[in-house]
Design a protein. Sequence first.
Length: 176
Amino acid sequence: MDLKFYGHQDAAEIRTMLLDIHDAVYEDEGEDAGDAFHSTERFGGFVDRWSSRDGWVCVVGFEDGEAVGFAYGAAFSTGGWWRGSERPTSLAPEDRVFALSELMVLRRWRKTGASVALHEALIGDRPEKAVTLFVDRSHPKVQALYETWGYEQVDEAKPYEDSPTYAVMMKRLAGR
């Protein structure tokens, strides 16, 4: 798989590709078409907010020129944390944390190592003390997968009235 990195300045160029992958993933998952939280429009707003951050980074995997998935995120500001969750006391106030906002892989590329490759490419050289992410609590297999990657649940959050309840997971980054 070929990996390509994008930054804040590239967001407009890849936005449609990210939305198309999102739509395919949620179609594959059989999500209810009436689910406003997982709608294309709502996801587009999240993409726009995250990608407007100067430190936003996105990794897209390609196979034979076709996008197979992506991962993106950005560091929280010092002391920052997820909406609807308490920052773990195991983190010092000055500890920087990288928020892995999205990791999506098309169904036919799952269980091929694509998710691991995207994840490692995104966080492998991060300077922050830890990386954190949300996992929908209705997907225990996904949570278990992240646990095999070294994440542990540190909280639960429901950041929006219409959002799922998420497991807030965190992984300390080695040597930091």
